[in-house]
Design a protein around this ligand. Structure first.
Ligand code: SAM
Length: 304
């Protein structure tokens, strides 16, 4: 009993500290500093983007002179830097929360292995031009929001794309990585409607959607499936994930009459157990559907 009370007190104290503005500022900086030499390093993301573009079937000059939009660009907007390297003329890097920690962007660039960036991207743009642009990025010590504009990158946050697009301008390429699963279920359709109507006729989208429980991605990727809808608030949907399974995403995308879409790849998590009981509010077809952990979705307009 004593332990339970002290656990609850500990939990309450922890969440009080975590919700304080000073904690959040420091936590965002700490996180960005870590990401800059890990998953958001420029060479790692270049490799990742190249894989996505190969799945899409993209060719040379795919982003040259194009207008791009990154949804949920996060702490370092590394993918937006890659769109610049591939020759995009304008890049809207957007986020629902102003998470960007621009003082760590230079680290994500300078800690990269340059030849790996060139090798990953050269299928999609002239190597010499990528090199020239990369040198320009490497010369920057502090990527202020003004400096980013010199590379065609406009950082816009906070913005809720389920309410409005960042510009009237049509977008040629819309990208998101680990973002759509954070959008509350009620906002998914309005968000997709805005994206589809903002996409240029020949434009395309790629979204990597990560369907696992973000509370403990590696050990308990399915635990969030136990909660009834009324206990699973918008806040939890944003934090832990909206719990939409692959078949439900398919249903949602099929309902847009102007949209062509294709799941380019999907991965499953088969080495962790499912909860004994899945709440009845979760829409799914079978166990395989529940276990899908990632989907890569390609989208174009039907009139394109
Ligand atoms: C896991 S982070 C991924 C960040 C970045 N894409 C990356 O790969 O590092 C999730 C991102 O989604 C954003 N996000 C959460 N809810 C969103 C919403 N409703 N609309 C747009 N972005 C959202 C967060 O602010 C955050 O930047």
């Amino acid at each position: 009993m004593k332990n339970l009370v002290s656990d609850i007190l500990n939990e309450n104290t922890k969440s009080l500290i975590k919700s304080s503005p000073i904690y959040q500022i420091l936590d965002n900086k700490f996180h960005a500093n870590k990401l800059a030499v890990a998953g958001k390093r420029l060479d790692i993301c270049a490799n990742e983007l190249a894989i996505y573009l190969l799945h899409v079937g993209s060719k040379k000059y795919v982003l040259r002179d194009k207008v791009c939009l990154e949804i949920g660009s996060g702490w370092l907007l590394t993918h937006s830097l890659l769109f610049y390297l591939l020759g995009a003329k304008k890049i809207y890097a957007t986020d629902i929360e102003p998470l960007l920690q621009n003082e760590y962007i230079a680290k994500a660039v300078s800690k990269s292995v340059n030849w790996s960036i060139l090798d990953s991207l050269s299928t999609f743009e002239d190597r010499e031009l990528i090199k020239y642009r990369l040198e320009k990025l490497l010369s920057v010590k502090n990527f202020t929001v003004e400096k980013l504009q010199e590379f065609g990158i406009e950082y816009i946050a906070p913005i809720d794309l389920s309410q409005r697009m960042p510009s009237e301008e049509k977008i040629d390429f819309i990208f998101s990585k680990s973002v759509l699963e954070h959008v509350p279920v009620d906002d998914v359709v309005p968000l997709c409607e805005n994206l589809i109507s903002g996409l240029s006729k020949d434009g395309f989208m790629f979204h990597l959607i990560h369907l696992s429980d973000h509370r403990d991605l590696f050990n308990k990727p399915f635990d969030f499936l136990i909660y009834p809808q009324e206990e699973y608030s918008r806040y939890l949907q944003t934090r832990w994930g909206n719990r939409i399974r692959r078949s439900q995403w398919q249903q949602i995308f099929s309902n847009f009459k102007d949209l062509n879409f294709k799941f380019l790849f999907e991965w499953s998590c088969n080495d962790k157990s499912l909860p004994d009981k899945i709440d009845s509010c979760i829409q799914y077809t079978d166990e395989a559907d529940l276990r899908i952990s990632h989907i890569g979705v390609y989208m174009t307009r039907k009139d394109g």
